[in-house]
Write a protein that binds this ligand. Structure first.
Ligand SMILES: Nc1ncnc2c1ncn2[C@@H]1O[C@H](COP(=O)(O)OP(=O)(O)OP(=O)(O)O)[C@@H](O)[C@H]1O
Ligand SMILES: [Mg+2]
Length: 301
């Protein structure tokens, strides 16, 4: 009996081995992919001795910022000046390829400028640790990543320590609650790879909620209303303007509605500022901005 049982027990150990072997293969492939990423040169340099993370009121200033993606390539951004401080909202608008997301990448320290200066409370942005910069300047990228996880876990990425009440509060502010309540497992519902089980508007709202939960001193929102139908876009734009009122925000957008509520509008084209001012000033100036306000409700192309 002992012999028979020992033999059976041995099979129990062996039976799981094909599955383990399969997992080993997948893990090796993942390790190779991570290795490739780690071998890439870092687009930003970290200071040897970073400055302490700034606390209290934050003031970010870009002056004459230039960016190129290749050493001999064209300037994606050529001489951008921006002033982001408490309570002030700035909109960055312009056609596709103008350099809007490039400006966001510089602010979030994903890319170092080739010329000009970016300062955070008067000190060079590059003198802070990149991760510290991203706790004070944060937001929502143009293509926010939704993970193959539950609604709760996807939102909590914004601030891993957030309580259930805080998650509910931010979901209410971004009008996600009716959708969450309608889900079969509510907050515990998986959203599928890349949020496949969500609509475009729900994905954008989730990304916005995540950014608000992180609560950075300077909020950078890159095309938060892109890829939505006109009705959803109008509703989200209205909510967005309410949610960002009174906080330092850089709003990158193709949307031409609601810009009269923004403190400064900066129009970029081919990396250069072509117009800047308030909505009223730009309307009086009668340039491209005025033409677009009189025409379609969003920047074409
Ligand atoms: N990673 C990259 N490598 C090389 N060139 C890039 C890269 N990202 C952007 N560019 C180039 O830099 C310029 C500005 O691109 P950017 O993404 O900032 O434009 P954008 O104003 O955000 O456009 P959109 O409205 O389409 O989002 C474009 O010419 C673009 O092709
Ligand atoms: Mg962009």
């Amino acid at each position: 009996a002992v012999l028979t049982l020992t033999a059976l027990a041995a099979f129990e150990a062996v039976a799981v081995m094909p599955a383990a072997a399969l997992q080993l293969g997948a893990a090796r492939a993942s390790a190779r992919r991570i290795g490739t990423i780690l071998d890439e040169p870092d687009p930003v340099t970290e200071p040897a001795v970073p400055r302490p993370r700034p606390s209290g009121p934050v003031h970010v200033r870009m002056s004459g910022v230039q960016v190129r993606y290749e050493p001999d390539g064209p300037l994606a951004l050529d001489g951008l000046d921006l002033d982001l401080s408490a309570g002030r909202r700035v909109a960055l608008i312009g056609p596709s390829g103008a350099g809007k997301s490039t400006a966001a990448a510089v602010l979030l320290r994903f890319r170092d400028p080739a010329g000009g200066a970016v300062t955070l409370n008067g000190a060079d942005l590059a003198s802070y640790a990149a991760d510290d910069v991203r706790t004070v300047i944060g937001g929502c990228p143009q293509d926010p990543h939704i993970f193959d996880a539950t609604v709760r876990d996807n939102l909590r990425l914004g601030r891993p320590g957030a309580s259930g009440d805080e998650l509910t509060a931010v979901a209410a502010r971004t009008r996600l609650l009716p959708w969450i309540d309608s889900l079969p497992k509510s907050w515990d519902t998986p959203v599928g790879a890349h949020g496949a089980a969500m609509s475009g508007g729900e994905r954008q709202r989730l990304a916005l909620a995540r950014a608000l939960l992180a609560d950075p001193a300077v909020l950078v929102l890159d095309e938060p209303t892109a890829h939505l139908d006109p009705e959803t876009r109008a509703a989200l734009t209205a909510d967005l303007l309410t949610l960002t009122a009174g906080r330092a925000t850089l709003l990158i957008t193709h949307e031409m509605e609601g810009l009269d509520q923004i403190d400064e509008i900066v129009v970029l084209d081919h990396g250069k500022v072509t117009e800047r001012g308030t909505h009223a000033e730009l309307m009086r100036a009668g340039g491209r901005y005025r033409q677009l306000q009189d025409g379609p409700s969003f920047w074409p192309g």
